[in-house]
Ligand binder design. Structure first.
Ligand SMILES: *[C@@H]1O[C@H](CO)[C@@H](O)[C@H](O)[C@H]1NC(C)=O
Ligand SMILES: *[C@@H]1O[C@H](CO)[C@@H](O)[C@H](O)[C@H]1NC(C)=O
Ligand SMILES: *[C@@H]1O[C@H](CO)[C@@H](O)[C@H](O)[C@H]1NC(C)=O
Ligand SMILES: *[C@@H]1O[C@H](CO)[C@@H](O)[C@H](O)[C@H]1NC(C)=O
Ligand SMILES: *[C@@H]1O[C@H](CO)[C@@H](O)[C@H](O)[C@H]1NC(C)=O
Ligand SMILES: *[C@@H]1O[C@H](CO)[C@@H](O)[C@H](O)[C@H]1NC(C)=O
Ligand SMILES: *[C@@H]1O[C@H](CO)[C@@H](O)[C@H](O)[C@H]1NC(C)=O
Ligand SMILES: *[C@@H]1O[C@H](CO)[C@@H](O)[C@H](O)[C@H]1NC(C)=O
Ligand SMILES: *[C@@H]1O[C@H](CO)[C@@H](O)[C@H](O)[C@H]1NC(C)=O
Ligand SMILES: *[C@@H]1O[C@H](CO)[C@@H](O)[C@H](O)[C@H]1NC(C)=O
Ligand SMILES: *[C@@H]1O[C@H](CO)[C@@H](O)[C@H](O)[C@H]1NC(C)=O
Ligand SMILES: *[C@@H]1O[C@H](CO)[C@@H](O)[C@H](O)[C@H]1NC(C)=O
Length: 558
């Protein structure tokens, strides 16, 4: 959660988004007990990504998988404007991570000077907190209360699976008088039979690790300070156990978001693979590893209640504090910011670079709905594949797999490109990989006209260590593009705001060696925000497509 919010809160909130007139307190206009309606038909509206019904969204919060198989996503939410401020926890639920049901706001500030900042949620099946009578599905939600003079760590609990919360009577749990102390992420450490919290001293570049037997009283365990990139603040720490590919042992990952001061400007996430013994985290080495080579992937959070020996599932905020308050969706459509795709994560020992976080779209194949729109079994060394997606949802996917490469024999111009165009305006996003020499993947959003901002960088690139094969997937969704390369070793997330819908794909190869083979497929993806519920003021429940059965069969064993 961004500390400058406090300053924004002093400004006047303009144009309340659902018709009620401004009153002296902003909270007076926020509906309680009912989901806020959303119109998901706008030209910028992602069709398979989560975005808030109205208003401004940032960090994902409180993500947990309930014991009934439903994923809960809470998020930093300003229900009364399309810029940051007035922080609540919005809430949505999904059984497949694509079809979402908007829920009533889960946590609201009790007055206009203390706001509900980022945090996390866990199940307390053993009633360690003593808050849960006769139930094993009690939820503990930890959040930062950001007040005029300090940020404190607080608790709210839910008796109904995370739909409604009661603020704990003895809040705050932790108050140290610091104005820059936030974003608690809590987990259960089974070997030690205790809870663990990681929380950020943002401007001291320190992640504090605390432990607790009951989730209520917390003791200092250790600090993790000044590792990797500092930016100018550490935020939103996550500590999560996950599989190491090819090994029976799990590893731990400490994930830290930095803002501002990312290498590409603004905000980004970095991670540290390592070991955790219940009180101390030890990274495997001194390297800083950046999670995304685009500019719009921040505050990633991992769902709690997924066992550490299974692949972990994450969602990030797909924006950047550099320009999140200035994107055109607010004025045009009354909402701002979407989440990244849900991602499946584990660690891999990557060629040469070693420990690497793999991040791949979570079971996206369930949205393909049929045959590829365009397909080639072998594009050859100088081939072109063309796909016309006009009339589709605006969400589609390009899947390319190159094998049989003789990398050392390739010229520096050997390449595979994807070009994504808007037939209505001629706008274009270009991208591709140069395979010879120092292999480099690139993407260029500079051909998009509908948005201009001094921090809106156009061109991005990253280096790859290639052996004899390379694959990439590109997922496009009206105003977000995500690129995954080398089976998820590299991912890039970018937003863009075109004048017309991107609806045409060209994949092109050039200069590959004899014996190289390129398969390419372009799939249309079915929107998960049902068109039948797109009327203004209606509540989008996000389930009408009834894809649920298909996806549910794939839910487990991610
Ligand atoms: C939607 O709500 C607004 C504000 O309450 C109202 O002015 C408008 O008429 C409503 N639109 C429809 C289609 O009901
Ligand atoms: C569990 O999930 C089913 C199917 O979605 C739903 O009908 C039921 O209400 C859920 N139970 C709880 C306690 O959320
Ligand atoms: C606002 O709410 C917070 C949290 O409940 C409380 O600590 C604070 O005293 C309240 N401030 C005012 C001015 O009522
Ligand atoms: C949970 O803990 C409280 C406080 O110790 C106790 O009153 C209650 O009976 C416990 N509930 C269960 C199901 O153990
Ligand atoms: C908890 O369960 C016990 C045993 O079934 C029952 O006697 C008691 O009334 C329940 N308490 C609550 C608060 O539901
Ligand atoms: C609950 O208790 C069981 C049995 O002691 C233990 O294995 C498990 O780790 C505990 N889990 C939580 C979240 O308290
Ligand atoms: C955890 O690691 C720290 C630092 O190496 C050490 O001091 C502590 O004793 C270890 N705790 C356990 C339970 O192994
Ligand atoms: C990663 O693979 C390299 C090359 O096979 C090997 O030398 C190294 O020990 C591996 N590292 C890990 C952490 O498994
Ligand atoms: C590649 O294909 C284009 C169009 O078919 C052709 O004009 C060009 O000569 C080809 N280049 C090579 C190197 O084969
Ligand atoms: C690419 O194709 C090869 C050969 O068919 C296959 O072994 C590999 O799994 C494919 N990679 C991806 C990411 O689909
Ligand atoms: C890919 O795009 C780059 C940059 O425009 C260009 O240099 C290269 O020739 C293109 N390759 C193909 C196969 O189109
Ligand atoms: C959406 O959910 C609300 C609240 O549960 C319900 O009243 C409404 O009927 C649902 N609408 C549709 C189209 O399912």
């Amino acid at each position: 959660m961004y500390s400058k919010l406090i300053l924004l809160l002093g400004s006047t909130f303009t144009a309340l988004v659902y018709g009620q007139s401004a009153s002296s307190t902003t909270t007076a206009t926020v509906p309680a007990g009912t989901a806020i309606p959303g119109d998901y038909s706008g030209q910028y509206r992602p069709q398979i990504h989560f975005s808030p019904p109205q208003g401004f969204m940032n960090d994902p919060n409180g993500m947990f998988l309930d014991d009934n198989g439903t994923y809960h996503l809470y998020y930093q939410y300003n229900p009364t404007d399309t810029i940051a401020g007035n922080q609540h926890w919005g809430h949505a639920t999904s059984r497949d991570l694509y079809t979402w049901t908007n829920q009533p706001i889960a946590l609201s500030p009790s007055n206009s000077t203390s706001f509900i900042f980022s945090g996390s949620a866990v199940l307390d099946p053993n009633n360690t907190s003593g808050l849960f009578l006769n139930q094993t599905n009690g939820i503990l939600a930890y959040y930062t209360l950001s007040g005029p003079t300090q940020q404190t760590q607080n608790l709210a609990y839910s008796l109904d699976n995370g739909y409604t919360f009661t603020k704990y009577a003895h809040n705050p749990l932790i108050a140290i008088g610091s104005p820059q102390y936030r974003d608690p992420k809590v987990l259960w450490y089974a070997p030690g039979n205790h809870w663990v919290m990681v929380v950020s001293y943002a401007q001291e570049f320190t992640i504090e690790i605390l432990t607790s037997p009951n989730g209520l009283t917390w003791s200092f365990a250790s600090n993790f300070s000044h590792h990797g990139l500092l930016g100018t603040q550490y935020e939103c720490p996550n500590l999560v156990e996950m599989p190491m590919q090819g090994s029976d042992e799990t590893m731990w990952l400490l994930y830290i978001s930095i803002n501002p001061g990312a290498p590409l400007g603004g905000s980004i996430g970095q991670y540290f693979p390592g070991r955790f013994n219940g009180t101390h985290f030890s990274p495997v080495d001194h390297a800083a590893r950046i999670a995304d080579w685009g500019k719009d992937n921040y505050a990633s959070q991992f769902f709690s209640n997924i066992p550490g020996n299974q692949n972990q599932v994450s969602i990030a905020w797909a924006s950047n504090w550099h320009y999140a308050n200035y994107v055109p969706t607010g004025p045009a459509e009354g909402w701002a910011s979407a989440m990244s795709l849900p991602r499946v994560n584990y660690l891999r020992n990557a060629t040469r670079t070693g420990y690497t976080l793999v991040s791949l779209p979570y079971r996206l194949e369930g949205l393909r709905g049929g045959e590829a729109v365009a397909s080639s079994d072998d594009l050859g060394s100088n081939g072109t594949l063309f796909a016309d997606l006009e009339g589709g949802s605006g969400a589609f996917m390009v899947d390319v797999n190159v094998t049989g490469l003789n990398v050392s024999g390739l010229s520096n111009t050997a390449s595979v490109n994807f070009t994504i165009m808007a037939s209505g305006s001629g706008e274009v996003i270009g991208g591709g990989i140069f395979l010879g020499g120092d292999a480099t993947m690139w993407i260029d959003r500079g051909g998009i006209q509908g948005w201009n901002n001094i921090y809106n960088a156009d061109k991005f690139s990253t280096a790859y260590v290639l052996e004899d094969a390379f694959d990439f997937q590109v997922v496009v969704d009206r105003s977000i593009i995500e690129v995954f390369g080398l089976e998820g070793e590299k991912s890039a997330t970018l937003v863009y705001y075109p004048e017309a819908l991107l609806d045409t794909v060209v994949v092109r190869t050039s200069g590959l060696n004899e014996g190289a083979s390129v398969t390419a497929n372009v799939y249309s993806l079915e929107g998960t925000w049902p068109s039948g519920q797109l009327q203004p003021n209606s509540t989008v429940n996000g389930t009408a497509l009834d894809r649920r059965n298909l996806l549910e069969s794939q839910l487990w064993g991610v």
